[in-house]
Design a binder for this molecule. Structure first.
Ligand code: ADP
Ligand code: ZN
Ligand code: ZN
Length: 752
């Protein structure tokens, strides 16, 4: 037992071997300064290599003999990089998502910290107190016009940036130096924050008169914030004014001296939502998303840390910002899969938010027109209080939706991408000078096989999941049970020969549209055209200003946009996503169509929606065309129950990647056998198991790497989940060394 100050440090290296606390002595010179959460430099290993780490605990004694302990070399920052309230979250992330402690830590530290991002400074010029300034200036003016100009500007408003003063006066640096030498001005290096939002807030705008539904929603949320807890699902049809509710709810939280996080999905991080918050709350809002430079994010983090901010609007990672008085977390479009991280830790921001709210006595507010089936199911089970807003603002009706059966178009000899109906509607829009949005759903592109004459989709007899075409061997496979089928040359249902695997790209559609509608001013928005920073925003702005007639895009256009001049929304092929071999494909199709249909008719001119599909009778399409969430939910939950898909089961996924397919298959079988063996031996694991199997992933090969996965379907009880959490930990430890990449996900959002 030794006394003094000892730090338990997590080393900043992503390696399972160092995923534990290492103890160091804190030299007396640092004992005053050191705090939990600080980033430090420590000697590590036999060669005493200097590594970075984070102080995870501080003790006054340790059980290790003093001579065996090394000392911390340096404290790297003046503040703890890990805010204190983030420690429980870090531990939770590690357990839930099977990541290393350091991977969890990296979620919460300032962005850019590890690349040694520095605070930015700028020179600021101040005027010294002087009597008879005017006289001074007159005298100086005879010697130097520049120096006089500088003083005159400063006399109007003190504390100006040096570079701005230089630009305004044209004066050289020597003029400033001379003034400084004469004791007339001072020049300081001052920390400034890079401001990611250059747009002027227009605060004095007329406040809207809230609708009854909005009032009710806000007072319900207000009550929850006052209590300090609550989980609410705000389900409101598109255009019901949810964003307005968020803003008022945020204001209520601020009035109660609490702070707010607002999450928006990355792809729809349209300026619009952010802008509305900025307009209302001005400088007290910080923004956090990947579109900002690292420097900007670093600065926003520090503004939050320094209590200069009460509201943070951002993408999923913003759930980790260091607010101290969190009272409300708002998650807009809460059903979106972009809240799920695709890197370790594979967290879901909604789940992190839920945990954080629980730990910090805050209210969680999920908002969506189309909550995920699981979210709605939870609300029905009382885990969320449900608030429903069923009317659009001004009682604008939801737009009428027309379903066009593309099989009939083919029968009539129309092989173009536009049905007669959509073509006529587009002509009408162009003639009246209105605007249209066309959606091309690219999910599921080229993977399923369907008949273009009758719409029949080949499905697995055991699983009711569409089969995937595999070019190798010209086979069809089920990715749930592994069953193989031969590729038919004619449709088993209508005997047509137009049976093939499906898929068109946005570019193709753009070219076709140009031929069909040569007059139209067309803009395409997809991952290709929005690769550069700001491109997304620019396209939307141009469209809003009327520089284009038609906006053609992938699912990124479906959400959160509010364009009053859009009177027509068309969906090119609605069924592509229906046939993704994933138990959530219908849910996602329904959501997408409902969301995009909600873009029409937001102004006074009304609007209409045209959905082209090969499966017009599919329930996801039918219910979406009637804007009937509840009808869809009932049907979908019935199917989930029947086939025992989530939320009636829980699926765990172990995905493996390798360039060598044979090796990969052998390895995955080894792991599967190991798992089966362990499950066989343990009563709880055995009781909890529904099924386990290994399959090639639907996306068989990405970047030259083959992809195989083990899916374990278990019962949802906590007891079983915990047992399987431990099994997964054990499994990872056991097979960590293998040369294939293992991606273990206890909460996968898709199985592709
Ligand atoms: P949602 O997010 O539910 O789709 P929005 O919040 O975008 O709906 O609101 C739709 C439109 O209605 C927006 O243009 C918004 O400014 C406007 N709006 C919202 N609430 C009101 C209100 N109480 N009075 C008038 N207009 C409103
Ligand atoms: Zn057919
Ligand atoms: Zn099957």
């Amino acid at each position: 037992m030794e006394n003094g100050v000892y730090a338990g440090v997590i080393i900043d290296q992503v390696h399972p071997m160092v995923d534990r606390i290492f103890h160091y002595k804190v030299p007396e010179s640092m004992a005053e300064q050191i705090k939990i959460g600080m980033r430090v430099q420590v000697p590590f290993g036999g060669a005493n290599k200097k590594l970075e780490g984070y102080v995870f605990q501080l003790d006054s004694s340790v059980d290790i003999p003093s001579e065996k302990l090394k000392s911390i070399s340096r404290i790297l920052d003046s503040y703890p990089a890990i805010p204190e309230n983030m420690f429980p979250i870090i531990l939770w992330l590690k357990e839930e998502y099977h990541c290393l402690t350091i991977e969890a830590i990296r979620c919460v530290i300032p962005p850019g910290l590890r690349t040694n991002m520095r605070k930015k400074t700028r020179c600021v010029v101040y005027l010294n107190e002087a009597d008879n300034l005017e006289e001074h200036i007159d005298t100086i003016e005879k010697k130097s016009q520049y120096m006089a100009d500088i003083l005159r500007l400063l006399a109007q408003g003190d504390g100006l940036f040096l570079d701005q003063l230089k630009a305004a006066t044209g004066a050289p640096l020597s003029s400033f130096k001379a003034l400084e030498k004469n004791g007339l001005i001072q020049i300081h290096h001052q920390e400034v924050y890079r401001n990611p939002w250059q747009y002027e807030p227009d605060i004095g705008k007329q406040p809207k008169i809230l609708t009854e539904e909005q009032e009710e929603a806000i007072s319900e949320i207000h009550r929850a914030i006052s209590r300090g807890y609550g989980r609410i699902l705000l389900q409101g049809v598109t255009g019901s004014g949810k964003t307005e509710v968020y803003i008022h709810a945020a204001r209520k939280a601020l009035e109660l001296n609490k702070q707010v996080i607002v999450l928006v999905p990355e792809i729809s991080l349209t300026p619009q939502t952010v802008e509305r918050f900025k307009n209302h709350f001005g400088q007290r809002v910080a923004i956090m998303h990947s579109g900002l430079s690292t420097g900007e994010r670093f600065d926003e983090w520090h503004r939050i840390q320094n209590q200069q901010v009460d509201i943070v609007v951002g993408a999923r990672s913003a759930i980790f910002v260091p607010l101290q008085r969190l009272g409300l977390v708002i998650i807009d479009e809460a059903h979106e899969d972009s809240y799920k991280s695709d890197m370790k830790p594979r967290y879901h921001a909604v789940d992190v938010a839920r945990k954080r709210c629980e730990l910090e006595d805050a209210v969680l507010l999920l908002g969506s027109a189309t909550p995920s089936i699981a979210q709605h199911y939870m609300a029905q089970n009382g885990e969320y209080k449900m608030i429903y807003m069923k009317n659009r603002i001004d009682n604008n009706p939801l737009p009428p939706v027309e379903i066009v059966d593309m099989r009939e178009e083919i029968a009539r000899g129309n092989r173009s991408i536009l049905s007669g109906s959509l073509y006529q509607a587009l002509l009408g829009v162009l003639k009246k000078g209105e605007q249209a949005i066309l959606l091309l759903n690219r999910r599921g592109y080229a993977h399923f096989v369907s008949c273009r004459s009758c719409g029949f989709v080949l499905k697995c007899g055991n699983c009711d999941i569409s089969l995937t075409y595999h070019a190798y061997g010209k086979m069809l496979k089920c990715h749930y049970c592994g069953q193989q089928y031969s590729y038919p040359s004619i449709c088993p249902k209508c005997k047509s020969r137009y049976i093939r695997y499906f898929g068109v790209g946005t570019q193709r559609v753009e070219e076709d549209l140009k031929k069909l509608l040569p007059e139209a001013r067309l803009v395409r928005m997809d991952t290709d055209t929005t690769a550069t920073k700001g491109a997304h925003r620019q396209i939307l702005e141009d469209f809003r200003e009327g520089k284009y007639d038609i906006l053609l895009g992938t699912q990124m256009i479906a959400k959160g946009l509010d364009f009053p001049r859009v009177t027509l929304v068309g969906v090119i092929v609605a069924d592509t996503a229906l046939n993704i071999p994933d138990f959530r494909s219908c849910e996602k199709t329904f959501q997408l169509i409902t969301q995009v249909a909600g873009r029409a008719g937001r102004g006074e001119r009304g609007g209409r929606v045209i959905i082209q599909t090969y499966q017009p009778r599919h329930y996801a399409i039918r219910f979406a065309s009637k804007h009937d969430y509840f009808g869809f939910y009932e049907e979908e939950i019935r199917i989930r129950r029947r086939f025992c898909y989530p939320p009636f089961s829980h699926i765990i996924r172990i995905l493996m990647l390798d360039e060598e397919e044979e090796q990969l298959i052998k390895q995955i079988k080894d792991i599967e056998n190991w798992l089966r063996h362990r499950i066989e031996q343990n009563q709880i694991l055995k009781q909890g198991l529904i099924d386990i199997g290994s399959y090639s992933a639907p996306l068989e090969r990405i970047n030259k790497k083959y992809r195989w996965q083990i899916l374990i379907r278990i019962k949802t009880d906590m007891l079983f989940k915990q047992a399987y959490h431990r099994l997964l930990d054990e499994c990872l430890e056991m097979f960590m060394g293998v040369k294939q990449t293992i991606i273990a996900d206890f909460y996968p959002v898709n199985l592709l």
